[in-house]
Design a protein around this ligand. Structure first.
Ligand SMILES: NC(=O)C1=CN([C@@H]2O[C@H](COP(=O)(O)OP(=O)(O)OC[C@H]3O[C@@H](n4cnc5c(N)ncnc54)[C@H](OP(=O)(O)O)[C@@H]3O)[C@@H](O)[C@H]2O)C=CC1
Ligand SMILES: CC(C)CCC[C@@H](C)[C@H]1CC=C2C3=C(CC[C@@]21C)[C@@]1(C)CC[C@H](O)C[C@@H]1CC3
Length: 418
């Protein structure tokens, strides 16, 4: 990995050049996907059907809608929480407190949307606003990231993320400098990671389902499956919201453009690609194939949830009866590494379950187009890269114990494959 003068951690994501390229390529890819999904040929590997002009991208109404959405989610975030959890210990030995009310926010948002639709809210009109909404969200992500970068300039060194002060403005803008940017108790990174983007994804899917019902009389079985699977995924993430507090995004990565754009724009507009494809390319799906796809989804979720819960339970209470009998490797930090159960199968079983689910989300779209499988391809690349980053961090944390773990559990994500 490249190293800059004065930087504290090795550079990632291709350093300044790589991050500069991603500042352009990530939004461009998102808009390409939005345009191709609604085009007849829906050809992923080819030019977009047309290049939209500023008059099609810029809409004050879309910006207003975005801010109303962000404001609603911020209010729901600030509501009294059923629980307040503490994050991992920071460099200064303090621990931040986080509201655990994400699932409550999802339920209240769904109720509000249901009431809105009953009162005549034209939810089915949302798909026609995807381009200006994506443009407004991208613009907001850039401006928000700039404000975060400026805020980090006056933050104490102890508040900075390990990799967020390379000295290169472009790299630091992309990766994010401050680890836990807050105003009062409002944690911007935690809020963005789980609320407007993730719940917005569910709302976009629902709007596409409503639009399909308006156009064709009723939603297709494929649209129901995609909506159901992805609602389960978001509901699961918010139900187990506290687990996010131990992820590298919260504990290690600064909050910059990558996560701001990733959370606010990339998740809702690219993770809803299957539902977008289905609205413009209806797919016949018979019950036998639908049941087979549900089985794939069930297997993926079983592995995903089983592995995540096993590790999170073990980290919270190694004596819990559900994990007490598992074999472990002691480490110099006092923490132990699971080396049996899910985490004895491969080193990231949760990623395997997640990728299997990603496949189940694409299969209802048929096999006539590559576009619906973009998420599976992107997500596999993201998790392979994420796994490599995590390995480096675990090697630094656990040294010999982690090398022993790798010897005992040689495969990373897929048994006997990778
Ligand atoms: N849909 C999406 O876009 C994305 C989804 N995800 C999903 O989010 C979930 C969380 O993934 P991620 O954030 O990468 O973190 P993980 O849940 O994979 O946690 C990794 C951490 O777990 C601990 N760990 C690793 N191996 C062991 C072991 N053998 N025994 C005990 N602890 C171990 C280490 O931390 P420590 O030892 O310090 O506790 C390691 O840093 C996954 O299910 C993933 O699929 C992730 C990214 C994007
Ligand atoms: C190339 C992208 C723009 C880079 C941004 C990636 C982000 C979209 C993801 C980084 C880690 C994420 C996690 C989740 C969603 C996607 C992002 C923000 C989850 C919240 C998804 C649900 C899981 O149960 C937990 C995940 C934590 C990490």
């Amino acid at each position: 990995m490249a190293q800059l003068e004065g930087s504290q951690a090795p550079l990632e994501f291709g350093g300044p050049l790589g991050t500069a390229a991603m500042l352009v390529l990530l939004p461009a890819t998102m808009f390409h996907l939005l345009l191709v999904a609604r085009s007849g040929p829906a050809r992923l590997l080819g030019p977009p059907p047309y290049l939209p002009g500023l008059e099609e991208l810029w809409s004050p109404r879309a910006l207003l809608l975005l801010f109303a959405w962000l404001g609603l989610q911020a209010v729901l975030y600030l509501l009294p929480a059923r629980k307040v959890a503490e994050g991992l210990e920071l460099k200064d030995k303090s621990r931040l407190r986080y509201p655990i009310n994400g699932f409550q926010a999802l339920v209240l948002t769904t109720l509000l949307m249901g009431l809105g639709v009953t009162a005549g809210l034209p939810l089915g009109a949302l798909p026609e606003m995807f381009l200006p909404l994506a443009f407004a969200t991208t613009l907001t992500s850039f401006i928000f990231s700039l404000l975060l970068y400026v805020k980090a300039l006056v933050a104490p060194a102890s508040a900075l993320a390990p990799g967020g002060s390379s000295g290169n403005p472009v790299y630091d803008f992309f990766l994010g400098r401050e680890l836990n940017p807050r105003i009062g108790s409002f944690d911007f990174k935690y809020f963005c990671e789980l609320r407007p983007g993730l719940i917005g994804w569910v709302l976009i899917n629902l709007a596409l389902l409503v639009r399909e019902a308006e156009l064709r009389g009723s939603p297709s079985l494929a649209m129901w499956l995609v909506n159901g699977f992805q609602l389960l995924y978001v509901g699961d993430a918010l139900w187990y919201e506290e687990a996010v507090l131990t992820t590298m995004d919260i504990t290690h990565d600064g909050f910059g453009f990558m996560l701001a754009f990733g959370d606010l724009a990339w998740v809702p507009f690219t993770y809803s690609l299957q539902a977008q494809f289905l609205l413009y390319h209806p797919q016949p799906l018979g019950w036998p194939m639908a049941l087979f796809i549900c089985l794939i989804q069930a297997v993926g979720y079983y592995i995903f949830r089983g592995a995540n819960s096993q590790k999170n339970t073990f980290r919270k209470n190694p004596s819990d009866p559900s994990v007490a009998g598992l074999e472990t490797i002691p480490t110099a930090t006092g923490r132990q590494l699971l080396v049996s159960g899910w985490w004895g199968m491969v080193r990231h079983p949760n990623y395997l379950g997640d990728i299997i689910m990603a496949l189940a989300w694409s299969l209802p779209c048929g096999v006539s187009h590559l576009l619906p499988y973009f998420y599976v391809l992107y997500f596999t690349v993201l998790l392979v890269h994420r796994e490599a980053r995590d390995e480096q961090q675990c090697l630094r944390k656990y040294g010999r114990a982690w090398r022993e773990y790798c010897k005992r559990v040689p495969y990373r994500i897929m048994p006997y494959v990778y």
